[in-house]
Design a protein. Structure first.
Length: 217
């Protein structure tokens, strides 16, 4: 999927620039994202650990969680996620993949507002899927997924690939022990969270040189 999206974005770079003009002078809705082939994003934030159904031996009340993650994406479309969430009772390691489908879909169809912050926020919608390794006395594994979006605090053209405020929620299914099936399962949990994320552009790109001149009003 990432390969198809990248090919499509490359084709877009050859096309005439969009009629819409952006508030930073860029008229195609890309806002400098093709200047780099790869993005590396580091995020730090906090959230709440919510457990809908209590399990014997596990605390059921909500608790605060500290979240740290690193994301690597190809041209901002799809990539991998490595993240941790830590509460006073346990630590969880999340390993998964991420895709941002609205970015290529809306840009390719020319569905842009011409306002950088609005477009970047809408196009930042992401979905993540992966495995959660939960350390609660013993190692337990489960499936996890998440969804969220980001609001740009600093635009990509102002600093590398931008600084963002991320709003998301991650769901971890009931986790069973990886070694001892006789150990009770850790309960399913939800983690709504807010993070500050810095995105760096890596490997200045082959795509950047293919972009056509921008249109301005």
């Amino acid at each position: 999927m990432a390969y198809v999206a990248l090919c499509a974005l490359s084709a877009l770079a050859w096309a005439p620039a969009s009629r819409a003009s952006a508030d930073n002078g860029v008229g195609d809705g890309l806002y400098g994202r093709l200047r780099h082939d790869f993005f590396v994003q580091v995020g730090v934030g906090a959230g709440a650990r919510l457990i809908p159904e209590a399990q014997p031996g596990f605390p059921s009340e909500p608790s605060w969680a500290l979240l740290v993650d690193v994301r690597a994406r190809m041209t901002g479309v799809a990539g991998i996620v490595v993240g941790t969430s830590t509460t006073r009772t346990n630590t969880t390691l999340f390993l998964g993949s991420e895709v941002r489908p609205l970015y290529p879909a809306l840009v390719l169809q020319g569905i842009i507002t011409g306002r950088a912050r609005a477009d970047l926020t809408i196009q930042s919608l992401y979905i993540e899927l992966g495995a959660a390794l939960r350390f609660v006395g013993t190692l337990r594994t489960s499936f996890g997924w998440g969804i969220g979006f980001e609001v740009p605090l600093v635009l990509p053209q102002q600093f590398s690939q931008g600084v963002w405020l991320r709003f998301g929620v991650r769901h971890l299914r009931e986790a069973r022990s990886a070694r001892d099936l006789g150990v009770s399962a850790a309960p399913a949990e939800w983690i709504p969270h807010v993070s500050l994320a810095m995105t760096l552009g890596v490997s200045e790109g082959r795509f950047a040189g293919w972009e056509p001149p921008r249109t301005r009003r």
